[in-house]
Design a protein. Sequence first.
Length: 251
Amino acid sequence: MKQHWIAGSMLVLTFFACTQKKQETTGAGQTVPEILQNHSEKALFTNLTEGKVEWIALFNGRDLSGWYTFTKKYGRNNDAENQFLVKDGMLHFDGETMGYLCTTGSYRDYYLKVVFRWGEKKYPPRENDPRDSGVQYHIPDTARNALWPTSVECQIQEGDCGDYWLLGTTAESPNKGENSQNRIVRTANFENPAPDWNTIEVVCYDDKSEHYVNGRLVNQAYNLSVTEGKILLQSEAAEIIFKTVDLLPLR
């Protein structure tokens, strides 16, 4: 009986370990996001049409594997003041030191989902300004570590979530808002107020990208001068918590 019990226990443990491994590699699960199910260009997303729905959890919920830190004060991979921590399975940016967390890998043609909420802390020189952060993407491998590297940014700022900022890059947009050479203003505000959670979704394919806030399309651009690269999350004088960071390759 003891041998049978041990064998049965080992079988259960092996099954559990395999299940855990599968969950880690599939990230957010094998379901196709609603905005992709109804996307006008879905036929171009071969991973979806061929049934290859394989999520990548860019943040694994345990540590900073697959990322590197950069701060204006200390440079790359020297988080001397513990500005980027994992707490309760989430990414926690204190925000006092300006900087970012950046992926070591580069990506092209994907759907990115980032879930965040604001903390309470704000720091000079922006203690009286709206809380600010952002998702920068298409950062070339050759871009130097600096504030802020060459990229396209999906703005995360109170009152402005979904704006484009073109950082050393160019793009065009059908958006007819009050735009400048470097900024494309989002069409509408669908943010949830702090401290509620918000979901940012970015769809990138060919030389195009789209920004969604809480499931609503708020901005889009085409003829992007960069089409692939690393992804970073900004820390800009405000405390912010990222619950999940998941990516779904479209091709």
